[in-house]
Write a protein that binds this ligand. Structure first.
Ligand SMILES: *[C@@H]1O[C@H](CO)[C@@H](O)[C@H](O)[C@H]1NC(C)=O
Ligand SMILES: *[C@@H]1O[C@H](CO)[C@@H](O)[C@H](O)[C@H]1NC(C)=O
Length: 408
């Protein structure tokens, strides 16, 4: 029920950001600046042989992805990006997902490419000409579940995220990913978590000479109690981990000493990842403030409702609580300091998912750390230009580049 409410109470807008079109439809007020050039989004490709492979969405429909071919010097470079969209942790919640694009490809529409997906060199100077795949999310468990459910009436639910992952990567391999010179696995929100879960498996598929890295955007979900002191978010993850049977993707060294539930949290996952990884997250992640720290289930009083809707409306006591959230995140990320080839960009802007939007990825008004936009920081890290990028912002509201109204 937890996640059902997570997704139902405020229809649409509680689902972590999808991409442009999807978020325009679901959260019309969030996305204010129109795309500069209107071009047709890459069409949906439905996975071949999905049913035979058992690699299906929650409702049994075939999963899908969007693919834009690379060109010029990017022809042999690949970005594989996993879509986000929350989780479903109960049978009821997952059944509801089957009535939407988050559980059935029957409802999917191609979404517009922007930000890290842009093919405009001036907006995306390092990745504009790469092959770019947007893998759509329809399993409700960060591409990791492996189970099936059937009720007395014969209604079935397919928890096949892991098979979707395997089958889509296999299909992309045949379409040229196998010949990649550089490959970057990325994703935002629950797709950012999926990136961490699958990172080493992804890199193991390539010969050593291929540069393979991982990039998690807004996927650093904290094991943090809510303002009432309840472990609300932990109970959501507990539902996902057990209902959908995700243990196969969890690192063995973690499972040897902890419960599967603990190993589903990024603070543990990152200890096991051997592939160079970049973690991008806001220390004041708007989705996590709204759904981990102050979920509707915590029955927040009115002042919290206005605060969680917009950090600019928080009072000083609430800001202290939010500083505490950031402090936990910074503490959990300490292990990254010792990982030579890793990158960090932990800004203090009230937002969630900063890669798929021009306004946060690379523009005049984008968030900056060390005077770099996210696009510059990620590019410098990926191509090993200059100093290693491990930037952690000062506490809100110190960073003037957070002033623009970012998607939240
Ligand atoms: C749970 O996942 C494991 C590993 O993927 C699988 O072997 C097992 O059959 C699954 N259990 C159920 C009940 O589906
Ligand atoms: C910051 O970056 C901008 C744009 O890249 C540049 O014009 C400016 O000189 C830089 N400022 C500093 C202090 O380095």
């Amino acid at each position: 029920m937890a996640s059902e409410q997570l997704l139902q109470r405020r229809p649409g807008c509680l689902v972590p950001i999808l991409l442009l079109l999807a978020s325009v439809m679901m959260c019309p007020l969030v996305w204010s600046s129109p795309p500069t050039t209107v071009r047709r989004p890459p069409e949906l490709t439905f996975l071949a042989g999905a049913a035979e492979k058992g690699a299906v969405c929650l409702d049994g429909s075939p999963p899908a992805y969007q693919l834009e071919a690379g060109f010029g010097s990017g022809s042999h470079n690949w970005l594989v990006y996993l879509e986000g969209g929350g989780w479903c942790s109960t049978v009821e919640a997952c059944s509801k997902h089957t009535k939407s694009a988050l559980g059935s490809s029957n409802f999917m529409e191609a979404v517009q490419y922007a930000g890290i997906f842009s093919n405009d060199q001036s907006q995306n100077s390092d990745f504009y000409n790469w092959n770019k795949v947007f893998v759509r999310y329809c399993d409700g468990a960060s591409f990791s579940g492996d189970a099936e459910y059937e009720d007395q009436d014969g209604n079935r639910l397919f928890f096949r995220g892991l098979r979707i992952w395997e089958a889509i990567i296999d299909e992309l391999m045949e379409k040229g990913l196998a010949n990649a010179k550089q490959a970057l696995l990325a994703g935002c929100s629950s797709g950012g978590l999926a990136t961490l879960l699958h990172c080493d498996d992804f890199s193991a598929r390539f010969p050593r000479k291929v540069a393979v890295k991982c990039f998690s955007d807004a996927g650093f979900f904290l094991d943090k109690k809510d303002i009432d002191g309840e472990s609300f978010f932990r109970s959501v993850y507990n539902g996902v981990v057990h209902l959908q049977n995700v243990s196969k993707v969890l690192p063995k060294d973690c499972l040897a000493k902890m419960e599967p539930l603990d190993c589903f949290f990024p603070s543990e996952l990152i200890k096991s990842i051997n592939t160079p990884t970049f973690i991008l997250n806001s220390g004041y992640d708007s989705w996590q403030i709204q759904n981990v720290l102050v979920p509707d289930e915590s029955s927040p009083e009115k002042s919290w409702l206005t605060c969680k809707a917009n950090i600019r409306d928080c009072d000083s006591t609430q800001i202290e609580v939010l500083h505490g959230f950031r402090k936990t995140m910074v503490g959990d990320l300490k292990v990254v300091q010792d990982k030579e080839e890793w990158g960090l960009f932990i800004d203090s802007c009230f937002t969630h998912c900063q890669t798929p939007f021009k306004i946060s990825w690379d523009s005049q008004i984008s968030p900056r750390l060390g005077n770099k936009t996210i696009a510059q920081a990620v590019g410098d890290w990926h191509f090993s230009r200059g100093q290693r990028v491990k930037e952690i912002d000062c506490e809100y509201p110190c960073n003037p580049t957070c002033n623009s109204q970012l998607p939240s």
